[in-house]
Design a protein around this ligand. Sequence first.
Ligand code: DGP
Ligand code: NA
Ligand code: NA
Length: 211
Amino acid sequence: KYSTMSANRGKLIVFEGCDRSGKSTQCAKLIERLRKEGHKAELLKFPDRTTSIGLMINNYLANNVDQRDEVIHLLFSANRWEGMQKMTNLLLGGTHLVVDRYAYSGIAYSAAKGMDLQWCRQPDIGLTKPDKVIYMTLNRDKASERADFGGERYEKKEFQAKVEKIFEQLQDPTYWQVVNGEGTIEDVHENVFNVVSPVVSSDCGPLKKLW
Ligand code: DGP
Ligand code: NA
Ligand code: NA
């Protein structure tokens, strides 16, 4: 039975940032911590490569196939829409969601190719709005030295620099928090948890929509 009281709903915490900025590691640490503190919490990741749309995205990222920029943009968005019912159910049932990438990546990676930013925003209109976005930064030289960098389509230093520029444009201080990813995993986690802790224990009101 879903709670209709917004104070009891789960909170939507999204991690954003360039490739190899440490998002996935911090998402896993945060889930572990929230559960240890007695919260219900689930980890989600976009793109979700397990669906049939996700497999098409995976083939594109692995450079197995090409797609028009508009087509891949819409597939990434559709992949988020596929997850919406499950996300809403979990949030209304009181489970906090920690999400590794969301609509902001959708805009940043497509606009970095030179696509029109306003066009890029459209398909994600109406997705559930995060209660907090943790934007992880990391020096590009350090990011590119991390394991496996360069394996996929977008993992090129010059392209990541463009992505970073768009993320900076998208930042909204009313619900974004920048976290420097350069410390130890534990130190960065403490910074992340200090941001998330007040969010999970506060009344954020009813679920809202982008944009
Ligand atoms: P990840 O599995 O988090 O490493 O993401 C795979 C790659 O796809 C990464 O380079 C970021 C990029 N990406 C994530 N979401 C989107 C999106 O919505 N649109 C585009 N064009 N790229 C995205
Ligand atoms: Na990646
Ligand atoms: Na990752």
